[in-house]
Design a protein around this ligand. Structure first.
Ligand SMILES: Nc1ncnc2c1ncn2[C@@H]1O[C@H](COP(=O)(O)OP(=O)(O)OP(=O)(O)O)[C@@H](O)[C@H]1O
Ligand SMILES: [Mg+2]
Length: 455
C-alpha cells in the first residue's frame, strides 16, 4: 500500500467532539480518509470493518482508555500505526503508551504543524515496517524447521547439542509435531551428514519381517531366502538409522535392539556370526514410554539406552505464536509448487487459527494450508475460507469481550457458510434483504464473493 495522503486511512478516537472535529478538518484537508469514533468499542468495530493505516487516539476516555485500544491494535493489526494524544503533558501516560506499542504521542494543546509532523513520522515508520514485512524472513536455525516460540528455541538448543554428539536420542511428541524432521536435522547437521539417513517405521512393518528388514538375512535363512540381503543397519553404516514408532516394537525385537546398542554389532537372520556396524540410532515415539514400561510392554533397560538425550516436541497448541510463521512457511512452499503467488492470511484468519486446538499438530496445519490453496484463488485467505468446524469451535470458546458488530459479523458468516455461500438463502434466514447483506459484508471488509444471479 502506498502512503499517498489520498489513500491513507486514519481513524481518530476522542471523547471530545471538539477535538474530533478539529482533527477531522485538519487531516481531511491534507487528503487523508478520516474515520472518527468517540469511544474505544466503536473504534474497534470500525477497525474490524476496514483496513486502517493510522489510529490517533486520546488516552483519557471514560470507561475504556486509549491504552486498551493501543493494546488491541498491537495484538490484532501488525501493520497499523498508533499515535496517542495525552490530555495534558502527562509524561507518564505518554511513556506508557509508547511502551504499550504506540509509535508517538501528541500533548494537548498541539498546533496543526505538530499534528501533521507527527502523523508524517508515524506513516514513514509504517512504510518501513511494511517494506520489511514483505521481505523479512525468519532466521533459519535448521533447514526445514520453522518456529520462533520459546518452546521451539529450546528444541533448537537441544538439537544443536544432539548434532554435536554421537549419543542415542529419543525424540518424543504427539503425532505431527515434527519428530522426523528433527531426526533429519540432527543427522544432516552432524558429522555423519554425508552418510545415509535411514528411516524405519517400526509400527508399519509386521513383526516377523522387522528383524530381517533391520538386520538382513543370509541365503537359506528361511524359505524364500534364495540369496543374502543386507538390512537397514548395513545400509545405514556410517550414518544414522531412525527408528520411528519405537513404542510399537515387540518385546523380543526390543531385546535384539538392546544388544545392538550394547555391543554395536548385529546378527543377520540365519547367521551366528556377529557383524560390526557403525550406526547412530535415533528413535521416536508419540507414546508415553513410561506407562508402557509400567504395563510391561516396553523394556526399561532399552528405554534408558535410547533416552541418553531426549528432545521433546511440544504440541502446536502450546506454541501458538508459531502458527502465523508456520502457516506462511507452508503457503510459500505450496504456492511455489502450484506456480502461484502466495496469498496473504487476513488478521481474522490468523486469529481463528490461533484459537483452534490442532489435534493433528503441524501436519494438520500443513494439510489445511494445502487445501486452502486448492480451494481459493484470491490474494487473501479470509475467515470464511476456513472450514466451518474451526470457526464454530471458536464461537463456543468466545469470551464476552466482543462488540455487537463482531457478533453480527460472525453470525452472518456462520449463516452464509451453512447455506454454502448462497446470499439469497442467507438473507432470508437473517431476515434482511440481499442488498443489506451485501452492504454488511462489504462494510466489514469480509469476503462477499462473486455476485450471484438473483433468484
Ligand atoms: N517446525 C516445523 N517447521 C516446518 N515444518 C514442520 C515443522 N514441524 C513439522 N513440520 C511438517 O509437518 C509434517 C509432520 O512432521 P513430521 O512427519 O516430522 O511429524 P512426526 O512428529 O514425525 O509425526 P508422526 O508422529 O505422525 O509420525 C511434515 O510435513 C513436516 O515437514
Ligand atoms: Mg513421524
Amino acid at each position: 500500500m502506498t502512503e499517498t495522503p489520498g489513500r491513507t486511512r486514519v481513524l481518530i478516537v476522542d471523547d471530545s467532539r471538539d477535538t474530533l472535529e478539529m482533527l477531522q478538518r485538519n487531516l481531511a484537508r491534507e487528503g487523508f480518509q478520516v474515520f472518527a469514533a468517540t469511544n474505544v468499542p466503536d473504534a474497534i468495530s470500525l477497525l474490524e470493518g476496514q483496513p486502517v493505516d493510522l489510529v490517533i487516539t486520546d488516552l483519557k476516555m471514560p470507561k475504556i482508555s486509549g491504552l486498551d485500544l493501543v493494546r488491541h491494535v498491537r495484538d490484532n493489526f501488525r501493520l497499523t500505526e498508533i499515535v496517542m494524544i495525552t490530555g495534558y503533558p502527562s509524561v507518564e501516560g505518554a511513556v506508557q503508551a509508547v511502551r504499550t506499542g504506540a509509535e508517538d504521542y501528541l500533548a494537548k494543546p498541539f498546533t496543526t504543524e505538530e499534528l501533521l509532523a507527527t502523523v508524517k513520522g508515524a506513516l514513514a515508520k509504517l512504510q518501513r515496517r511494511r517494506d520489511a514485512a514483505g521481505t523479512e524472513s525468519p532466521p533459519v536455525h535448521f533447514p526445514g524447521l520453522c518456529g520462533e516460540s520459546p518452546a521451539m528455541l529450546r528444541v533448537y538448543e537441544s538439537l544443536a547439542r544432539a548434532a554435536k554428539t554421537a549419543a542415542t536420542i529419543l525424540i518424543t511428541g504427539e503425532s505431527g509435531t515434527g519428530k522426523e524432521l528433527v531426526a533429519r536435522a540432527i543427522h544432516y547437521s552432524g558429522a555423519r551428514a554425508a552418510a545415509p539417513f535411514v528411516p524405519v517405521n517400526c509400527g508399519s512393518i509386521p513383526e516377523e519381517l522387522l528383524e530381517s528388514e533391520l538386520f538382513g538375512f543370509i541365503k537359506g535363512a528361511f524359505t524364500g531366502a534364495v540369496e543374502s540381503r543386507a538390512g537397514f543397519f548395513q545400509t545405514a553404516d556410517g550414518g544414522t538409522i531412525f527408528l520411528d514408532e519405537i513404542g510399537e516394537m515387540t518385546l523380543s525385537m526390543q531385546v535384539k535392539l538392546l544388544r545392538v546398542l550394547q555391543d554395536k554389532e548385529i546378527f543377520m537372520v540365519g547367521c551366528r556370526k556377529p557383524r560390526q556396524v557403525d550406526v547412530r540410532i535415533l528413535a521416536a515415539t508419540n507414546k508415553d514410554l513410561g506407562s508402557l514400561i509400567r504395563k510391561g510392554t516396553f523394556r526399561d533397560d532399552l528405554y534408558y539406552r535410547l533416552n541418553v538425550l531426549n528432545i521433546h516436541l511440544p504440541p502446536l497448541r502450546e506454541r501458538l505464536s508459531d502458527i502465523p510463521l508456520l502457516a506462511r512457511h507452508f503457503l510459500a512452499r505450496h504456492s511455489r509448487e502450484l506456480g502461484r503467488q502466495p496469498p496473504r492470511l487476513s488478521d481474522r484468519t490468523i486469529e481463528i487459527l490461533g484459537r483452534y486446538e490442532w489435534p493433528g499438530n503441524v501436519r494438520e496445519l500443513e494439510n489445511l494450508i494445502q487445501r486452502l490453496l486448492v480451494m481459493t484463488d484470491g490474494q487473501v485467505i479470509d475467515a470464511p475460507d476456513l472450514p466451518s468446524f474451526m470457526r464454530t469451535l471458536v464461537q463456543h470458546q468466545k469470551d464476552l469481550h466482543r462488540t455487537l458488530a463482531q457478533v453480527e459479523q460472525e453470525h452472518i458468516l456462520a449463516v452464509l457458510d451453512s447455506v454454502g455461500g448462497n446470499k439469497t438463502h442467507a438473507a432470508k434466514i437473517l431476515g434482511i434483504d440481499r442488498k443489506t447483506l451485501r452492504e454488511k459484508l462489504d462494510r466489514s471488509g469480509g469476503r462477499s464473493g462473486p455476485e450471484e444471479p438473483d433468484t
